[in-house]
Design a binder for this molecule. Structure first.
Ligand code: AMP
Length: 289
């Protein structure tokens, strides 16, 4: 696997791909790789002849007091995992490579960016949209892969790519979960044993709402209340939001369309997010790509 740290080496690798007629699939990550990230690599390998993963803990998407300094950085293990699944290249840019000094350009996707997670993390999605657009411009892939675990992020990137006529296909990949339903996340490593147990309530809350929906309930408030009850019963009180939204646009009005339930809550000091399409008959990738 090629380890690429600068723009020149990346350009050389991409030129070689071009010469060979390869289609490049790109997976942007912040590292601390787990099976969720590796499922994105596997998905890319199905339809692209070359895959490249970037690892960059993006400072601009962390707010003051968030976990930028603390975020796990495990490159030796990450590299071994990527080698093992046959990834072709890993891109580890420096902050100066991504953000050359003197930069003045930021991407705002509004109103998508200022609601849900954006309401409690001001500037977060501007940081995400900006870094993803820079990385897409550096790597210029045919397809880019994102987990629907970060559902708002996935929706916002699709919107940005459409609005800016970016020449990349955005592919959404289903959430990889632990046996007990907890969505894999690099931040799960912050949880104590007791919190790890509590954290399963997010999945149970989503499942409870889904069951209610499939039994015919279509009132957002009732669905949201049922999920809240499950969180509260597990001792999760710092609930940021529990919302049912339109699964394509994330607007509140979803009647007649597939609803998605989104949850963000703090378990101890760790902020976790999860989501579920309430109509699971719809394959998670269908219509999302
Ligand atoms: P991160 O390193 O957390 O920025 O995540 C990089 C990519 O992996 C994003 O597109 C995430 O949505 C995706 N991802 C993270 N966790 C999971 C998971 N449990 N299942 C599927 N994709 C995931």
């Amino acid at each position: 696997m090629k380890v690429i740290k600068d723009r020149e080496t990346l350009d050389g690798w991409l030129e070689e791909c071009n010469r060979q007629g390869d289609e490049v699939g790109f997976i942007p990550t912040m590292g601390a790789l787990h099976a969720g990230h590796l499922s994105l690599v596997a998905e890319a390998q199905k339809s692209c002849s070359k895959t490249i993963v970037s690892i960059f803990v993006n400072p601009t998407q962390f707010g003051p007091g968030e976990d930028f300094a603390q975020y796990p950085r495990t490159f030796t293990e990450d590299r071994a995992k990527l080698e093992e699944v046959g990834c072709d290249a890993v891109f580890l840019p420096s902050t100066e490579t991504v953000y050359p000094p003197g930069g003045q350009t930021f991407i705002r996707v509004e109103p998508l960016a200022s609601q849900l997670c954006g309401a409690s993390r001001p500037g977060h999605f501007q940081g995400v949209a900006t870094v993803v657009s820079i990385l897409l411009n550096l790597v210029r892939p045919r397809r880019a892969y994102f987990g629907v675990k970060d559902y708002q992020q996935f929706t916002l990137i699709k919107q940005m790519v459409r609005d800016l006529a970016m020449a990349v296909e955005v592919v959404g990949v289903a959430i990889v979960r632990e046996q007990d339903g907890l969505a894999l996340s690099s931040r799960n490593s912050y949880l104590t044993a007791v919190e790890r147990e509590q954290a399963t309530a997010l999945y149970r809350a989503l499942t409870a709402a889904k069951t209610l929906y499939q039994d015919g309930e279509s009132d957002s408030k009732i669905l949201e209340d049922s999920a809240r009850q499950v969180l509260l019963a597990a001792g999760i009180e710092k609930i940021d939001y529990v919302e049912v939204r339109h699964s394509e646009t994330l607007v509140k009005e979803w009647s007649g369309q597939t609803p998605v339930m989104l949850i963000a809550a703090k378990v101890g000091k760790t902020r976790l997010i999860d989501n579920m399409l309430l109509n699971q008959e719809t394959a998670i990738n269908e219509g999302n790509g």
